[in-house]
Design a protein around this ligand. Structure first.
Ligand code: MF3
Ligand code: CO
Ligand code: CO
Length: 246
């Protein structure tokens, strides 16, 4: 969506606040001994308490309010009775709908004593996003974001997942344009003032290849390496982008 009216801007901002609140609530309950279903329940309660609805629930049959992806799971992990353990890295991805506007964001949380290598992986996903924001300006193209994420992550020795991308967002969770985490500068859709996109580096400590479990959702690294995800919904402007989910 390209925001055109004040109502569009306000609607996207309000939806962003819901997702941010749900991520904060999730962070508080991500600890050794918690099940991913418990974390999901807190996410759903938080979203509903703010008058919003969890967009992922029922999306192509997806069963839950959040995607919770542990260790080698990159994205779309289904909450379960599995318990989070010391040393795990836990990605929580949340999309909420408020007054007709969607917002989408993800974080990878650290559980207890996480290895230095995994801490660096998680930090790199966030840094890639932040660096990409310097190129997410009207007049540039989607490829300027994509190339920035790819170059930063590959230079660091990380795998950049190719099978999944960021995306436009607005009245729908997924809208054009696609926002890949790899690509070439000065290519792809033009970034315009008001354009709403979800930028979401998905990176691994190994290769970029992924596979999907037989549940049809859980996406894991093919080589068993761990993965990190960092996503925010943003609005493109003439200057620094407006980041709605921080
Ligand atoms: N939040 C995911 C994204 O970043 C989409 C999740 S759809 C679901 O695009 F059905 F898996 F929840
Ligand atoms: Co998401
Ligand atoms: Co997304």
């Amino acid at each position: 969506m390209i925001c055109k009216t004040q109502a569009d801007y306000d609607g996207m901002r309000a939806a962003g606040k819901v997702v941010k609140a749900a991520l904060d609530a999730a962070e508080k309950c991500v600890r050794a001994g918690a099940t991913t279903l418990e974390i999901d329940a807190v996410v759903e309660q938080t979203i509903r308490s703010m008058g919003a609805t969890p967009s992922s629930k029922g999306f192509h049959g997806y069963p839950n309010a959040s995607c919770i992806s542990v260790n080698d799971v990159v994205v779309h992990g289904i909450p379960s009775l599995n318990v989070v353990k010391d040393g795990d890295i836990v990605s929580v991805d949340i999309t909420a709908l408020l007054n007709g506007y969607q917002s989408d964001a993800a974080r990878t949380f650290l559980v207890g004593n996480v290895s230095e290598r995994d801490r660096a992986l998680v930090a790199a996903a966030k840094e890639a996003f932040e660096l990409a924001m310097e190129y997410a300006v009207a007049g540039n193209r989607v490829g300027d974001i994509s190339a920035t994420v790819q170059m930063f992550c590959e230079f660091g020795g990380y795998g950049v997942v190719r099978d999944l991308t960021g995306h436009g967002i607005g009245h729908n969770m997924h809208e054009p344009p696609e926002v890949p985490n790899f690509g070439k500068r000065k290519t792809g859709a033009p970034l315009k003032v008001g354009l709403c996109i979800a930028v979401e580096p998905m990176i691994t400590a190994g290769g970029w290849r992924v596979k999907t479990d037989r549940d049809g959702w859980t996406v894991r690294t093919s080589d068993g390496s761990r993965a990190a995800h960092y996503e925010n919904t943003i609005i493109v402007t003439d200057g620094a982008p407006e980041i709605l989910t921080v």
